[in-house]
Ligand binder design. Sequence first.
Ligand SMILES: NC(=O)c1ccc[n+]([C@@H]2O[C@H](COP(=O)([O-])OP(=O)(O)OC[C@H]3O[C@@H](n4cnc5c(N)ncnc54)[C@H](O)[C@@H]3O)[C@@H](O)[C@H]2O)c1
Length: 252
Amino acid sequence: MNERKVALVTAAAGVGIGAAIASQLAADGFDVVVTDAHERRAGEFAEKLSQEFGREFLSLALDVTDFERVADVVKTVVEKRGSVDVLVNNAGWSKIEPLAQMSRETWLRCIDVDLNGTFNCMRHALPYMIERGTGSIVNISSIAAWETNTEHGAAYSAAKSGVHALTRVAAAENGKHGIRVNAVAPGLIYNEFLRKIYPDEFFDGYIENKSLVGRVGQPQDIANIVSFLVSDKAGYITGEVYGVSGGVCPNG
Ligand SMILES: NC(=O)c1ccc[n+]([C@@H]2O[C@H](COP(=O)([O-])OP(=O)(O)OC[C@H]3O[C@@H](n4cnc5c(N)ncnc54)[C@H](O)[C@@H]3O)[C@@H](O)[C@H]2O)c1
């Protein structure tokens, strides 16, 4: 029997938040299951964790938009590792297009990855958590859910707002089952791939004119709060959304 709590993290094999969360939860003692749409990188990252922590980590290919695959992955994790105690919904996607020019594909893809993907994973993990009477879920949203500017695009903002509502209702329904559900809304958490999504103006002067702490965010800033939220120290916290943005957009 697995003596460690099992944490399933989605989109855990990128260069940003997901990988930092997976590493932090491994350091916290969790049996982390590394999932990502990119199968090879998921395997490589699980191997890296195994080397670092001296124990074996499971990796599974998972595109969160695939409802049936999510069901299979959650079932596999329970069969191989014994439970799903923690679920971190980190997968996200965005493409910035003004609403008046937005393609239907952009709208649908954004809703599918950011909102449906979060639903899919919660939908399949919750029954196992309910059965065991324990669990903690953290959904990674964005300050885009709160902002009234043009920086992130309507599809992404709408999808992440939906994640907040999903978080709150899931918390309301499942508190009686010993399950806590929270969301974290990051501001700019810098990684090189963001340069492909956002124009240079988005980054220009960010540190000087927007951040209140003289720097951009790092993936570890999000890993730190997730580590707290899934711990027993956060036992009285559920249905909440925490902004982590260096003061750029404090909690809406
Ligand atoms: N980086 C930021 O500034 C920032 C700010 C606010 C919110 N967020 C949110 O944080 C989360 C992580 O963002 P990040 O930029 O740190 O990236 P990340 O590095 O954590 O994630 C990238 C990974 O996502 C995987 N992925 C993409 N689509 C997927 C899908 N459909 N199913 C499973 N995996 C998929 C990719 O293969 C890649 O490995 C996202 O939800 C994002 O919307 C990021």
